[in-house]
Design a protein around this ligand. Structure first.
Ligand SMILES: [Zn+2]
Length: 349
């Protein structure tokens, strides 16, 4: 079978490799790959900035935003041939730490977890793959075109869970949410905000391309002003931050409504300094009982919540998030950023 592979930490080593067909182990599904989504992490790995091959191997199969169809399933696994499935990205560390021992491997404390397509386990960008049944998630059959959006959706179902758990420390009836960044994470965060009946606002820089209309078609409000203008107008109870851009983050932190909750999901590159009035920022966070939390990755319950959220969403709106579909042979195109990209997918069948 063919798979998209790379030598981690070596730039320009992406290639379609011929690998032996995988054989499912005990309790594992054999899956025909349909597509994988490509994200910033994949581009970092492709540039040679990040990633780990499995121990003793030179190359890593890429792809963590999976979608496939079950070819063979062990009896009693809850899966059958033909089911649409997604493989969970992370596996608990072998030790395991306390969080991993409790199934919360997204909160791993020792960093020794492994991740398909990123850290020490092969990814899903191959014509066939295997997956332990307990780490496979069944999707509604109507998600055949868009199921590769589940993994980014799990990142936002976890972020929303953080909001709800932190909010529950006192009386909490939020009305408005500001999502910063209208990439796939931001748009999916906005979708989940609409599903919760909130007044949803999305801030991004662009004025053209598909993003403003995707926001409007959700019933949310699109903004492209600077962060302070938008926070003055909206006074958000909740901010889901998906840009990783310093001035946006600090603008959001300082200008929530009282009891504001900010969830940071964007990863910034370091090395940029920004003048910040730390005294005023501290004052606003303390005097308003504000909370700020970082959130990354997702565990099994976030996958289940994500699959349910996608099944409820308008399938045409979800389809419009996948703005380009590139066959495996043309993989290089999927790694070139193009104007008007939202989510780019590599198709495997
Ligand atoms: Zn752990």
């Amino acid at each position: 079978m063919r798979a998209l592979t790379t030598v981690p930490l070596s730039a320009n080593t992406l290639a379609v490799s011929e690998l032996p067909d995988p054989t499912p182990g005990e309790g594992e599904l054999l899956v025909d790959g349909i597509a994988v989504g490509v994200c910033g992490t994949d581009r970092e790995i492709a540039r040679g900035d990040y990633g780990w091959a499995p121990p003793g191997e030179e190359r890593l199969v890429l792809g963590h935003e999976s979608l496939g169809r079950v070819r063979e399933a062990p009896s009693g696994s809850g899966f059958a041939a033909g089911d649409l499935v997604v493989g969970v990205v992370r596996r608990p560390d072998p030790e395991p730490c306390g969080a991993c021992a409790h199934g919360e491997f997204d909160m791993c404390r020792n960093g020794k977890y492994t991740e398909h397509g990123i850290k020490e386990i092969h990814g899903f960008c191959s014509e066939q793959w295997t997956c332990e049944a307990e780490y496979a998630v069944k999707l509604d059959p109507r998600l055949e075109q868009v199921g590769m959006l589940l993994e980014p959706t799990t990142v936002v179902t976890k972020a929303w869970e953080q909001v709800e758990r932190i909010g529950a420390r006192a009386w909490f009836e939020p009305k408005s949410v500001l999502v910063t960044g209208a990439g796939p994470i931001g748009l999916l965060a906005a979708l989940l905000g609409m599903q919760r009946g909130l007044d949803v606002h999305v801030l991004d820089m662009v004025t053209e391309g598909p993003k403003p209309q995707l926001v409007k078609d959700l019933g949310a409000t699109y903004h492209h002003d600077d962060i302070l203008t938008v926070t003055d107008k909206v006074r958000p109870d909740i901010v889901i931050e998906a840009t990783g851009v310093g001035p946006v983050i600090f603008g959001a932190l300082a200008n929530t409504a009282s009891y504001g909750i900010v969830v940071l999901t964007g990863v910034s590159s370091g090395g940029r300094e920004l003048p910040v009035d730390t005294g005023a920022l501290n004052r606003s966070i303390v005097l308003e009982n504000d909370a700020v939390v970082g959130s990354v990755n997702a565990n099994l319950r976030h996958y289940a919540d994500g699959a349910a959220a996608l099944a409820k969403a308008d399938p045409d709106w979800l389809r419009r998030l996948v703005t380009r579909r590139v066959p495996l042979a043309d993989f290089a195109e999927a790694f070139e950023a193009q104007k008007d990209d939202v989510k780019v997918a590599i198709t495997l069948s």
